[in-house]
Design a protein around this ligand. Structure first.
Ligand code: PLP
Length: 455
């Protein structure tokens, strides 16, 4: 790395351990220092401009310069910069956001509990479900089933729910209570000639077999992202959610929909539960809830679970869980304003409309020699790159070509993301049709560069 002494880059390498980064590679290569943002664009400290086609981490729905969010934070900081919600304390912004969420989420979700991140939220869901089952007299019912390639965070419990090897390797995870079943990805995991419906039926049968193998009296919940995000934007096969949900209901297994990425318009509906006909017992939200201007996550859950937890807290004297900043007034005030803006500007319809354009442009690459599958829904998509289109053979090693396209994307002024060799697209909800066309065109140039380099 040839950064100037005392530059941000040099001090970064000297002092920080970065999340999700190879620390030694970072010492060698240094960071890209992001200096400012506006609309869907970012600039690095060398003045290079990028389209942020991943909304940061799938999260900056309103883009990087929404003044109303800044004003909402500033206003709340002046009125009440901090107050907690432990031991019967309340404040207006957290109550307003909770009420808003109960009213706008699918029927049957009646209560809200706030955390600061998606990982904390999913860790909290595990503890809430354990507490609930203890409270209602079923202490055996504790296991969670999730899917391989699903992503639910990185704390001890949420990291165990995550079905990606990189989140387990070196961390002594997963916990023994967490079990994983097959990824609902037709392109990769369907058998020869199997239709999407048949594949979904097989996966529902697999889930049922897993529940029976573990013992239904020990299985508490099934958790999944309606559309898998970090695992490579995996859109569920036709019929998948109704079928797995029916199995869960049969064995009194709670359904947890992790909409940390999907929520607030990403799939072209306000919630992906609407897109995929899911009636969850628990809905987990974060990221676009504040467009990530503030750290916040929300667990929205059924009255049935609430009543069990309330009885348990009465019996034990407290629900002994919560964070110093749970339901932080500034974060929840920003959340309220953020959702108002999404509704007022009808950004959910915009995501559906612009998403159609983006996916339409991407579909033009389906015949490209490196492209195995183009997939997506609403304003989230991926292009899976393969070594051999006919056999679907992966590159060896997996991820190197995806990373090359990601890096070439920077040269063409677009920030994408490579999950293995799947190149992901998740631009802000405010993206216009012209910008969506531009994003895909820049990707196309990056892909061509890499194809040429591969020879
Ligand atoms: N759940 C899903 C579906 C996610 O995509 C993520 C993060 O990407 C998380 C949970 C974890 O959220 P956080 O990174 O805020 O802990």
């Amino acid at each position: 790395m040839d950064a100037l002494p005392n530059s941000t880059a040099a001090r970064d390498v000297a002092y920080l351990l970065h999340p999700y980064t190879n620390a030694r590679a970072h010492e060698r290569d240094g960071p890209i220092v992001i200096a400012k943002g506006e609309g869907i664009h970012l600039w690095d400290d060398a003045g290079n401009k990028y389209i942020e086609a991943m909304s940061g981490l799938w999260s900056v729905g309103l883009g990087f310069s929404e003044k109303r969010l800044v004003e909402a934070a500033y206003k709340q900081l002046q009125i009440l910069p901090y107050s907690h919600t432990f031991t019967h304390k309340a404040h207006e912004p957290s109550v307003e956001l909770a009420e808003m969420l109960v009213k706008m989420t699918p029927d049957g979700l009646d209560r809200v509990h706030f955390t600061n991140s998606g990982s904390e939220a999913n860790d909290t869901v595990v503890k809430m479900v354990w507490f609930y089952n203890n409270a209602i007299g079923r202490p055996e019912k504790k296991k969670f089933i999730s899917r391989l390639n699903g992503y639910h965070g990185i704390t001890i419990a949420s990291g165990s729910l995550t079905g990606l090897p990189a989140n387990h390797r070196g961390f002594d995870l997963p916990l023994p209570q967490m079990k994983h079943v097959t990824t609902p990805h037709h392109y990769r995991f369907a058998e020869e000639g199997e239709t999407e419906e048949e594949f979904s039926t097989r996966l529902a049968e697999e889930l049922e077999a897993k529940i029976l193998e573990e013992g239904p009296e020990t299985v508490a919940a099934f958790i999944g992202e309606p559309v898998i995000g970090a695992g490579g934007v995996l859109v569920p096969p036709a019929g998948y959610w109704p079928k797995v949900q029916a199995v869960c209901r049969k064995y009194d297994v709670l359904v947890v929909a992790d909409e940390v990425i999907n929520g607030f318009g990403r799939t072209g509906k306000m919630f992906a539960c609407e897109t995929y006909d899911i009636q969850p017992d628990v809905l987990v939200l974060s990221k676009q809830i504040t467009s990530s201007y503030q750290p916040l996550a929300a667990i929205v859950f059924s009255d049935k679970i609430y009543q069990g937890i309330a009885d348990g807290s009465e019996a034990l004297g407290t629900f002994g869980h919560g964070f110093t900043t749970s339901g932080h007034p500034v974060a929840t005030a920003v959340g309220v304003e953020n959702i108002k803006i999404i509704q007022e500007r009808d950004l959910v319809s915009n995501a559906a409309k612009v998403g159609d354009v983006m996916r339409g442009e991407l579909a033009k690459y389906a015949d490209h020699p490196l492209v195995g599958e183009v997939r997506g829904v609403g304003l989230i998509a991926a292009c899976e790159l393969v070594a051999d289109k006919a056999t679907k053979a992966k590159f060896d090693p997996v991820g190197k070509v995806g990373m090359s396209v990601f890096k070439a994307g920077h040269e063409h002024g677009v920030i994408l993301r490579a999950t293995g060799d799947s190149v992901c697209f998740c631009p802000p909800l405010i993206t216009t049709e012209e910008q969506a066309v531009d994003i895909v065109a820049r990707f196309g140039k990056a892909l061509e560069d890499v194809r040429k380099a591969l020879g």
